[in-house]
Write a protein that binds this ligand. Structure first.
Ligand code: ZN
Ligand code: ZN
Length: 174
């Protein structure tokens, strides 16, 4: 069995239990591993960048590694904080390639247009599979609808499914 994943809500608003369950079931299906939900009120304290008025996803990854479960468990933070990396306006998420930490933000996944929770959860789950896939060493994939496809916009996220294609599954080693 692959190393387990701990899902951790690290947002400012209250978590949606149903959203986390939705994400959890996608991760279990995609990676066939144990996925737990971590209950911990701690939040990254130093991720806010006053100049950008956004949160540094790098700092959040460091927090997750430090405060999260010990190796070999992976940790996926899900947050409502708006994330950036220096070269981009925003990111839906970030992961350590072949590492243990990943983060996904819900902040931009509604694209400024209110959508039903169901649509939002599906997008969050797809991006969670994507970022966790990077921690298992998966790179971007061009197979249609694969969760490892690049998705700079919400429209690209909607064009994917929250699952890995056959090639990516094979790269994972079954
Ligand atoms: Zn990616
Ligand atoms: Zn793929």
């Amino acid at each position: 069995m692959r190393g387990s994943v701990q899902l951790w809500w690290i947002g400012d608003q209250e978590e949606s239990e149903r959203m986390l369950e939705h994400v959890r079931s996608h991760l279990v299906r995609a990676f066939r591993t144990e996925v737990g939900i971590l209950r911990d009120p701690r939040r990254p304290a130093d991720s806010w960048d006053p100049r950008r008025r956004q949160h540094s996803s790098k700092k959040i990854l460091s927090f997750l590694l430090e405060a999260g479960p010990p190796p070999p468990a992976r940790v996926l933070g899900v947050t409502d904080r708006d994330l950036f990396i220096p070269i981009l306006t925003f990111v839906f998420g970030e992961a350590q390639l072949g590492g243990r930490a990943a983060v996904v933000s819900t902040a931009r996944l509604d694209d400024g247009v209110p959508v039903s929770p169901r649509v939002l959860w599906e997008r969050v789950a797809t991006e969670c599979v994507h970022e966790v896939g990077h921690t298992y060493g998966l790179l971007h994939c061009s197979t249609e609808r694969c969760a490892m496809g690049r998705s700079p916009s919400v429209r690209d996220v909607d064009a994917k499914r929250g699952l890995l294609c056959r090639d990516c599954l094979a790269r994972l080693g079954g």
